[in-house]
Design a protein around this ligand. Sequence first.
Ligand code: ZN
Length: 310
Amino acid sequence: MNRQDKYLLGLDIGGSSIKFGYGCCPKSLQYFGKVELQHKSLSYMQQACSQILSIVDSQVGLSAIRAIGIGTCGTIDSRSGLIVGVNPNLKFWVNLPPSAILPPGLKLPVAWDNDANLMCLAEATLSCPQGKVLGITVGSGIGCGYVQGGEVYHGAHGYAMELGHVTAVYQGLPCNCGRRGCVEAYASLEGIKRRMVRELGLEENLDLASMLRHRHSDPRLERLIREGEEHLSLGVANLIVTLDPNLVVFGGGLMDAGLYAIADLRRRIRELLPELNSAQVKVEQAKEGNKAGVLGAMILAGQMIKTESE
Ligand SMILES: [Zn+2]
């Protein structure tokens, strides 16, 4: 096989599953799939990864893979390459490099980054390649990334763009990170659920579909969700004033499920922006849906081998 024909493999590690896909380039994703994590532990993640590699091997042969990109929840220290801080959705998944899920003997170049950074990289590369793009993922937590000139912005240590842990309310509600009043404590699924239980006395194990149905008959729940939307919009508007992006994209499972409508977020954000910013910035729903993390991981893998060959 010609070297140029070889595939890039993207893995997207989430709290409950690992999504994966491969293709020659992100515009030609040849296969996309998902393996559920039976339990939240490193050994189960490694097993899921072995299962993924077997699937790829049976389809195209592992020798056809040129490089692997991994996206993961959690903050990654850019100096050590390790996941650091608190990782509330996968608590054991810290002080390790994301490549720890791969079998030790696998001799392939591997690159990794935070999942929201990679979602933003995919949306920027495929929709606005020359632009400055802010990407927000709405799910169990709130993720955020910023891409300019096709490169993810990491800050000095890899800790940049943590919109979920920007303070929305001084000494407000407790957040999973151990601090108080973060955007995530109000706008994420976990945050809204916690408020639902503590403030409204609703049951803890209400699933997302039931919660979304219940909001229409319970104005108190609708109010909590609208407050989440307000805090998220305010955080994003402040980032727009700070960064002056061309495009803001909202993705993640809860956007797909309809927790927040893109038209409502766009209207609120525009209300909060100075006219100059409001006239220029586009606010859109992410186009690549649940594949964005995998596509971003493939793009990152492609960037790494391009840099290595230069
Ligand atoms: Zn926090």
